[in-house]
Design a protein around this ligand. Structure first.
Ligand code: PNS
Length: 166
């Protein structure tokens, strides 16, 4: 890698939808990487269970980060390490909110490293205000008519309203 090669980090997840907690992690990533690709995972089995389609999730993320060309979203199928290798990423970023996240995250990091030893997983800790936040809670609260405007950015709020209010 030459000294001018940009450092690319992949931040993978479901992002159904992206929350302010995810946004915080993506912005923190820019302290260690030049570019962040927010990678929306999709597969035939998970797509059926999701509220937003992969394309909708990608579009929402790109709207949220429209003011920062260092962050962009893409969807991927198949193995994360293959996508990361293809994009010449050297880091996989995951947010750690609580100790309960740790076991699953450790297993994934170790498996990804087995599959492609060139990749390093970095765990970043979100702002404490977001430590309880998850996409599934946002979906549930929004579906029951609760106010989620503190937890998601305006484009996501509008998209949730559209899904639930029609
Ligand atoms: O937000 P999530 O649902 O916790 O994200 C999980 C995700 C998408 C990062 C993980 O399931 C993943 O990497 N899927 C892609 C398929 C893959 O590479 N599986 C092996 C991971 S060890």
């Amino acid at each position: 890698m030459s000294p001018t090669t940009p450092v690319v980090a992949i931040y993978p997840g479901s992002f159904d939808p992206i929350t302010r907690g995810h946004e915080d992690i993506a912005r923190r990533t820019l302290r260690v990487a030049d570019e962040v690709i927010i990678a929306v995972a999709h597969s035939p089995s998970t797509d059926k269970r999701n509220l937003f389609t992969p394309d909708e999730r990608v579009q929402l993320i790109n709207e949220v980060f429209a003011d920062d060309d260092r962050v962009r979203a893409e969807s991927f199928g198949g193995l994360l390490v293959d996508f990361a290798r293809d994009r010449q990423a050297i880091f996989v970023i995951r947010g750690l909110r609580a100790i309960s996240d740790f076991e699953y995250e450790l297993q994934m990091a170790q498996m990804n490293h087995e599959l492609w030893p060139e990749i390093e997983t970095l765990f970043l800790v979100p702002e404490v205000d977001y430590s309880f936040l998850s996409s599934s809670l946002v979906r549930e609260v929004a579906s029951l008519g609760g106010d989620v405007s503190r937890f998601v950015s305006p484009p996501v709020l509008a998209a949730l309203k559209e899904k639930f209010d029609g």
